[in-house]
Design a protein around this ligand. Structure first.
Ligand code: BGC
Length: 367
């Protein structure tokens, strides 16, 4: 099902662009590629509905959308869902954006499966909908998806986990635990599948052992991506399984959870194993530089927001936004035309290089 943006996909994407270009105006186009767009006024309202601030990237995204959309001449309405009633909040925010006359609504879904009614209403009002970072499921009305390659993120985490453990201990078997993100976020499963794509063959060969035997995504889930949930689960795994056993590694899907897991392990008086992460959060980059958390993923939010605004500008001008993936993201109703950006794995070894152009993270790598 997955592709890795190899040559054949790139050719397929170009072919699809060519098809939509010469086919614009023909019946049926709107269903396949987001609409025979007529464009809209250059100072139109653009809505951006983001999840609660469960990780730094969402906080950064609001700032960047506010600035970037305003600089591009649009009016911006950028909102986070509240911390407790996230789904209802986001549904109401999207509905209000449609009522206010937004021409495009960008959504980082709080719950992938709970937005089809709002997306349908947007479509009916002629609004283009772009899923940002997280896919929206079970709707034929979603126009585009823009994200970092989520499966690749998981693969990079799995690969780094194995490498990190081998560096510390030349020979296995290695004992690990697995954590995944929130089940209502479509990304959580994709990250996990990407990581298992790398780890499962090693588990099957017996080179890697999951100490608790909890290898199902349901057992490893962290509701709401909440740090306290991950910490609680790690605490109980340590009690149930690691009384006198060593733990070599933990697959953590992001930085917020990685730090919670590390805290739990330190609290139990154990040596910090190889722990993965994602998002390049400030505290995690500091931890990597000092040799505690093993790795993170750089998904530069500035690039993702920039790419989204490029899509919006294309829609404003009445042209088809550029996409580079027409295979990977089936949302249950359609394959959503997608633009994927490449994620980068970062360890202590390449942190300075990876963040060289980042004004916040770059200086943290300079000792
Ligand atoms: C994002 C991650 C983030 C997580 C929790 C995911 O959908 O892709 O970057 O760590 O949500 O906020």
């Amino acid at each position: 099902m997955r592709n890795f943006l190899g040559k054949s996909v790139a050719v397929g994407a170009i072919a699809m662009l060519a098809l939509t270009a010469c086919g614009s105006g023909r019946e049926g186009d709107s269903k396949t590629a987001g609409g025979s767009a007529k464009g809209f006024a250059a100072d139109s309202l653009i809505g951006v509905a983001l999840p609660a601030k469960t990780s730094e990237n969402w906080v950064l995204a609001k700032d960047l959308f506010d600035k970037g959309l305003t600089e591009a001449g649009f009016k911006a309405d950028v909102q986070h869902a509240g911390a407790s009633t996230t789904v209802a909040d986001q549904q109401a925010q999207i509905t209000a954006m449609v009522t206010k006359g937004a021409k495009v609504i960008v959504i980082g879904a709080t719950d992938a499966a709970q937005l089809s009614t709002q997306v349908a209403a947007a479509k009916k009002a002629g609004v283009k909908v772009i899923a940002y970072d997280r896919l929206i499921l079970n709707t034929p009305d979603l126009d585009y998806y823009v994200a970092f390659d989520n499966f690749k993120v998981g693969q990079l985490q799995g690969t780094a986990l194995l490498e990190g453990m081998k560096k510390k201990k030349a020979k296995g078997p290695y004992t690990i635990e697995l954590f995944s993100g929130s089940p209502d976020d479509n990304n959580a499963g994709v990250f996990f599948n990407g990581a298992m794509d790398v780890l499962k063959p090693e588990i099957d060969k017996g080179n890697v052992v999951v100490g608790s035997k909890q290898t199902d995504v349901k057992q490893t889930a962290t509701q709401g991506w909440k740090a306290e949930e991950a910490q609680k689960r790690m605490d109980s795994l340590l009690t149930s399984t690691y009384g006198n056993k060593e733990l070599d590694g933990v697959l953590s899907p992001n930085d917020t959870l990685a730090r919670a897991i590390i805290q739990s392990i330190k609290g139990a008086g154990k040596t910090v194993p190889v722990v993965t992460g994602q998002d390049s959060e400030v505290e995690s980059v500091k931890s990597i530089v000092k040799g505690e958390q093993y790795m993170t993923i750089n998904k530069d939010t500035r690039n993702l927001v920039k790419e989204t605004i490029t899509m919006i500008k294309a829609l404003q001008a009445g042209t088809e936004p550029q996409i580079n993936d027409t295979k990977s993201y089936n949302n249950g109703n359609k394959i959503v035309p997608t633009y994927l950006l490449p994620p980068v794995a970062v360890t202590k070894d390449n942190a300075a290089e990876a963040y060289a152009n980042d004004p916040t993270l770059g200086p943290l790598t300079k000792g």
